[in-house]
Design a protein around this ligand. Structure first.
Ligand code: ARG
Length: 459
């Protein structure tokens, strides 16, 4: 029988039962539901609502259940319970009989589900933080190994100015650092306990909610029961953090796909994360990265979905809120999976140093240097920009790089250009000049690496 059978004369329609159940996805909250139930039983005992002895029996039965399901969580799916709360309660009653029916005193599934979900999110945030930090470490390692790999930096996917592979890696370290800070922020706001809020207006039993909250590792109990059972801000915030971080991973994927393309040829991806074509024997496709790029879409979809579910939803609990879970569970798994795959990609990538350098030399990416050179000789930047642009046009027509133009050719465009132009426009000089904070110069890159290593405790 359902938990609420008393008021009903007829059984639910089979079709409705199937439509209404959440067990097929909320079974993954089994551990959290048991943890919160044990904490609740202790609160009931402390407030003399059940005896200490009864509490011990309930707790050991719940712990037994926990051990049973830990390795066989999927077994839960064979039951036809309405949701994970009913499943835990039913199994408790199966173990200890009538006493099991006392556990739900003063509690509602409305405060239960959001407590379980918060506990689950908290665990997942800790796993995500570990994975993001591991990915950061791999970017730092790659930055250290590739400080001398010069490659073109792009704007509009056009070669713009030279950078190094290290510098590119460090850009992602920064993005991931913001992802970490966002996750920690979600955790800070999420970590309050809704348990003891009852259905919507608090519990009629005299319990100490603060003590209950800290027994589950929450910072405090929530302030308003009506809000507590209605609040899914933490789901929105977590999905929004997931969406931003997945957006970063999709940009990483796109960069790598391009670097690996026949056109760029800057890197070679490992066999470990690529696949072949069933028809074209020469192909080695960057599937892992294409999948990350695409999976970003489903995470963004889940964010939009929860926002739309919650929009205009009246207080307090509505069954609509059951729809918060599948998108969240899927997105967090997707995010964790993508982080692990990105780590694998980075660990095994081969950088083609010569080919990177050649592309940097070929793309007129030192044109800004000519302009800056002229500015130092007193020309206004706008005029210098124009002269440099004309020189690029000239070099294109001679099928040469800027470094290969004759001095006499340079001087047709400005008599201020002297022999020292050549050492001013080498790739190395382009890099070294950019030595103010955040620039690509070796000293700055080294600084960024040291700072990142200190932050992440890598020595
Ligand atoms: N399965 C429900 C959910 O996920 C649990 C809460 C049910 N509460 C209720 N009043 N029907 O939201």
């Amino acid at each position: 029988m359902a938990l609420w059978g008393g008021r009903f004369i007829n059984e639910s329609h089979e079709l409705f039962k199937k439509f209404n159940t959440s067990l097929s996805f909320d079974y993954i909250l089994a551990e959290e539901d048991i943890t919160a139930s044990i904490a609740w039983s202790k609160t009931l005992a402390k407030s003399n609502i059940i005896t200490k002895k009864e509490q011990i029996i309930i707790e050991s039965a719940l712990l037994e259940l926990l051990i049973e399901i830990r390795d066989n969580t999927q077994d839960i799916l064979t039951s036809n319970c309405e949701d994970i709360h009913s499943w835990v309660e039913e199994n408790l009653i199966n173990k200890i009989g009538e006493l099991g029916k006392k556990l739900h005193t003063g509690r509602s599934r409305n405060d239960q589900i959001t407590t379980d979900l918060k506990l689950w999110c908290r665990n997942q945030i800790n796993i995500l933080l570990k994975n993001i930090i591991e990915l950061q470490k791999n970017f730092i390692l790659s930055a250290e190994c590739n400080h001398d790999v010069i490659m073109p930096g792009y704007t509009h996917l056009q070669r713009a100015q030279p950078i190094t592979f290290s510098y590119w890696c460090l850009a992602y370290v920064e993005m991931l650092r913001r992802d970490v800070s966002r996750l920690k922020d979600v955790l800070k706001r999420l970590n309050t306990s809704p348990l003891g809020s009852g259905a919507l207006s608090g519990t009629a039993w005299k319990i100490n909610r603060e003590e209950l909250a800290s027994s589950m590792g929450f910072d405090s109990a929530t302030n308003n029961a009506l809000d507590s059972v209605s609040d899914r801000d933490y789901v929105v915030e977590l999905l929004s953090s997931a969406s931003i971080s997945m957006m970063h991973l999709s940009r990483f994927s796109e960069d790598i796909i391009f670097f690996n393309s026949g056109e760029a040829n800057f890197i070679e991806l490992s066999d470990l994360i690529t696949s072949g074509s069933s028809l074209m024997p020469q192909k080695k496709n960057p599937d892992a990265l294409e999948l990350i790029r695409a999976k970003c879409g489903r995470v963004h979809g889940s964010l939009i979905s929860i926002l739309v579910i919650l929009k205009s939803l009246p207080l307090s609990y509505n069954k609509d809120m059951q729809e918060d879970k599948e998108g969240l569970f899927d997105s967090i798994k997707t995010w964790n999976d993508c982080l692990c795959i990105a780590i694998l990609v980075l660990k095994n990538v081969k950088i083609k140093k010569q080919s990177c350098r050649k592309a940097a030399e070929e793309g007129y990416s030192n044109a800004t240097e000519i302009a800056d050179y002229l500015v130092k000789k007193g020309v206004s930047f706008r005029e210098a920009h124009n002269i440099s642009g004309q020189l690029v046009l000239r070099a294109i027509s001679e099928k040469k790089s800027l470094n290969d133009l004759e001095l006499s050719t340079f001087q047709i465009y400005s008599h201020l250009i002297k022999d020292d132009i050549y050492k001013n426009i080498t790739l190395e000089s382009c890099l070294e000049k950019r030595s103010s904070k955040g620039g690509v110069a070796a000293a700055q890159v080294y600084n960024q690496i040291i700072k990142a290593k200190k932050r992440l405790n890598i020595f």
